[in-house]
Write a protein that binds this ligand. Structure first.
Ligand SMILES: Cc1cc2nc3c(=O)[nH]c(=O)nc-3n(C[C@H](O)[C@H](O)[C@H](O)COP(=O)(O)OP(=O)(O)OC[C@H]3O[C@@H](n4cnc5c(N)ncnc54)[C@H](O)[C@@H]3O)c2cc1C
Length: 327
């Protein structure tokens, strides 16, 4: 196991006491943070690890041209009452804002079509800021782990299946066997123009081999910056995973052709090798007794639809189940 370091996102009081019922949570995306919060609220000590320099995982925001841009999740929706209470609190404090209930469908050579649906939410400070807020009282150990820690009363892996399998190595074959959901990649291209020359908030792209989604980052985050973030199709991303920067040109060309735009003034490309799970799995989390230890797995692959709310619900439910066992 590589040595974890305490990083810049270490926030608030130390919650770990190294006690015998300590739960080790690996993954400080929204599911791991929701799980850790629930454990702490239930009186169970927690040690939270993440390999990133910051918490947030796929709710990723990166500073480009002096402002944060959401390069991972585009927005979130709210259905569950308890998640709604969390979102209301964010809204009251100005951390989250309703973005739009209307997206467009774009297809090469066809008229844009508007479609309304649930309210989609954004965050003025970028979606990562919401996970940072949830993690504010948690002590996060930053640094890549190459094996899951083998101390603590329980282990939680809050991450995509393939990352959890990698961490387990040869251990806990009964857990590994259950982590069989396939995952798809996405490339995200952020591009800036001198001024806005489009008139949608977000658009699903149909019948295009390169692009499947485009979001107006300025409108979803409320500062009006003329910045778009386009997501590739998994089929386009797959052959570019080894050299993702080579995809920036073709993605920019596809975006400019789709929206009839001149070349952008700046672009940034981000690779998500494990962006979203394919297939289905209804269970809200996994929790098994394995080699004398409780081992849990949570995240957006546990539940009906892969999304931010599902990940929060999964992490919180696993946290509750562990409190029932350990508190
Ligand atoms: C391109 C893209 C677009 C999306 N769009 C939307 C959207 O519009 N709406 C929506 O609701 N959802 C969307 N999602 C999905 C949403 O981002 C996820 O459902 C949610 O963020 C998952 O949270 P999680 O905690 O389950 O996993 P993650 O956020 O992936 O967290 C896993 C964490 O584990 C850490 N980790 C992994 N391996 C190790 C290791 N070996 N050692 C230490 N730490 C490790 C990672 O650093 C990461 O922080 C999108 C995702 C992507 C990638």
């Amino acid at each position: 196991m590589s040595r974890p370091r305490r990083g810049s996102a270490t926030i608030g009081p130390v919650t770990s006491n190294g006690g015998s019922n300590e739960v080790v949570v690996v993954g400080a995306g929204i599911s791991g943070v929701a799980c850790a919060r629930e454990l702490v609220a239930g009186g169970v000590p927690v040690r939270l690890h993440d390999r990133g320099r910051k918490v947030g995982g796929r709710m990723a925001s990166r500073r480009l041209d002096g402002r944060p841009v959401d390069t991972g999740a585009s927005y979130f929706t709210v259905g569950d009452d308890d998640f709604a209470a969390v979102v209301d609190d964010w809204r009251e404090r100005g951390l989250a804002t309703p973005w739009t209930d209307t997206f467009h469908v774009l297809a090469p050579g066809a008229e844009p079509e508007a479609k309304s649906g649930p309210v989609r939410w954004g965050a003025p400070g970028g979606l990562r800021s919401l996970v940072e807020d949830l993690a504010r009282d948690l002590d996060v150990h930053h640094g890549e782990l190459d094996r899951a820690p083998d101390d603590g009363a329980a282990l939680v892996l809050a991450m995509p299946d393939p990352q959890a399998v990698r961490l387990l190595g040869d251990d806990h074959p009964d857990v590994r066997r259950r982590l069989d959901r396939p995952w798809e990649p996405v490339l995200a291209l952020a591009a800036r123009w001198p001024e806005r020359a489009w008139s949608f908030d977000g658009a699903f792209v149909h019948d295009d081999p390169v692009l499947e989604w485009v979001a107006d980052d300025g409108r979803r985050r409320g500062d009006g910056a003329p910045v778009l973030v386009a997501h590739s199709t998994p089929a386009f991303a797959e052959p570019h995973l080894a050299d993702p920067q080579a995809a920036a040109g073709p993605m920019t060309e596809a975006l400019c052709a789709l929206l009839d735009l001149p070349a952008p003034t700046s672009t940034h490309l981000h690779r998500w090798s494990l962006a979203k799970p394919a297939g289905e799995r209804e269970d809200p989390f996994l929790l098994v007794e394995s080699d004398g230890r409780a081992v849990g797995v949570c995240g957006d692959a546990w539940g009906p639809t892969s999304k931010v709310e599902t990940a929060w619900l999964s992490g919180r439910a696993l946290g509750r189940a562990l409190v029932d066992r350990l508190a």
